[in-house]
Design a binder for this molecule. Sequence first.
Ligand SMILES: Cc1ncc(C[n+]2csc(CCOP(=O)(O)OP(=O)(O)O)c2C)c(N)n1
Length: 638
Amino acid sequence: MTDERLLDRIESPHQLRRLDEAQLKRLCDEIRERIIDVVSRRGGHLASNLGIADLTVALHYVFDFAKDRLLWDVGHQCYPHKILTGRNDGFDRLRQAGGVSGFPAPRESEYDLFSTGHAGTAISTAAGLAWADAAAKRNNRVVAVVGDASIVNGLSLEGINNAALLKRQFLIVLNDNSMAIDRTHGALAEALDRVRLTGAYEDFKHSTEHMLERLPLGEEIRDTLRSLRAGLKTTIRGRQVFEPLGINYFGPVDGHDIPGLIRILKRVAEMDRPVLLHVHTQKGRGCEYAVEDPCRFHSPSAHVVKDGQAVFADRARPTWTETFSDVLVAAGEAEEKVLAITAAMPDGAGLVKFREKFPERYIDVGIAEEHAVAMAAGLAKAGAKPVVAIYSTFMQRAFDQVFEEVCLQDLPVVLCMDRAGLVGSDGAVHHGFADIAFLRTLPGITLMAPADAAEMRASLDFALASGKPAAIRYPRDEVPEDLPGECPPFELGRGRTVREGSDATLLCYGAMVEPALAAAELLERDHDMHVGVVNARFAKPLDVTRIARLIQGGKPVLVCEDHAAIGGFGSAVMELAAERGLDASNVRLLGIPDRFISHASRLEQLIETGLDATNMAQTLKDMISRRREKSPGKVRGG
Ligand SMILES: Cc1ncc(C[n+]2csc(CCOP(=O)(O)OP(=O)(O)O)c2C)c(N)n1
């Protein structure tokens, strides 16, 4: 055996079958090393990928996913799969502009069937594929790999309910590492917990039953066996959960025993009915710091590994998430009725401090955004003041509950949407580009976006005091320096002029105020153009008086938002103009264009979409110049 890495010889998963057991094990270790190295430099999903390496190798060993179908739920655990399917070289530029995506991406490989990033979809899409394959008399096999936190998502359960009726091969692999990003929550999660043991259960059960029947037993041994039997009863729960639905249940099996995995996968691959294989894996496998703190290392940013520990660079400024976290704790201190709800993302959504301070007022519903919002409606109806912290992209799941359970009842639920706008390296599956558009349609809701830390506090205070449905959005970014001057309290539908200017106005929503101020500086410094900046604060209701005045003033108005240009804040501005019959030929909209934006850094994405200071300045400069050309007498204050 040479020192050459096995990994460098694997160009296609077909080559796996040439490796013996020891080589397969070595290959898995190499995959883990590769992931640890690349994620330390690029950031990305670490712990789940380390845990699933052996299972991925075993799956590719047994199935031929050039023709069989492999669906990853969420998809954040696809790194070993990418490395094995011809993307090991590209993996070096994981999540970078032009590099390999951190999620399954059909554009990259025929081995990726769907671009995914939201939990709960794999069983449904797999069921569709299986159904169509059967109808076309194709005999390829279909496998959906789902984590223990994602299988209890409502969509997964809907998928199981239907997939169980398939009259053909259909394999669900339940990758159970006992964790979501944080600890799992809920009765189903607890049921899985009770099933969780390593080792080959079926063998264990048979041998124990055999022993019970045959052996002349002393009391001591009997006691031991009784407790073992009690343990066995718990193992049967896995069956009790899935078999009444018509899904054959196998497991749990050790997800790091490659020969064992290959053996059982070969068996279940031959079964011509829906089967669930329960595999127990360890999150962070092979990396001590990730095993110790799988939550922190679920998706770490780039770091340096020093003396076996991951060291992160200090950030210049706090993030919006951190600011929200402090503001929410302050709100909780001020008002006992404030409750915080997360859908399995206490850390990402900034609820950890609140959880520590007010454990009895904190609810983690698991990956169940629809339920989180509907439950918040119930809480509000009963007199509580629920704050639901869900990323913008995942709030899409709960649109119907925001409509019916919250807005139609006019209940005081506050939605706090982190990761609103362009999210950087997670890419197209995670941008929060649609929340203004879909929420704006709902009567009675108030939509806000703070532009600095003080406004984060003021907007949450306003929302909690309003007694109405309200939503606040903020991006995945650092919080900018405080805006000049005192932060006035939020008043319904009132914006805030943060810079005066006689040539034109940048009319901005939330996070866009900061680059707009920089753009205004640039225009003044380089072109002697004097540009005002208005911080809209509200996308609904709009600051009708201020915005109508701006439009009527006839000077260039550039509306900037970190959201789809379709249906967002800018659309609301244009609707206002149309409603009032205002001439809006002086208004331009700058937002995320009508296409999916790939992974890159957030700044690169802002530049790509024209939402950075330099591009804003350029766009507005062109608008001002055109106006000056058209009506030379009307320059500066005209
Ligand atoms: C609808 C939705 N909500 C939240 C998330 C954020 N999220 C990404 S991975 C993850 C945990 C998934 O846990 P599990 O399915 O058990 O997989 P593991 O990471 O443990 O392998 C969560 C909550 C998501 N991707 N989709």
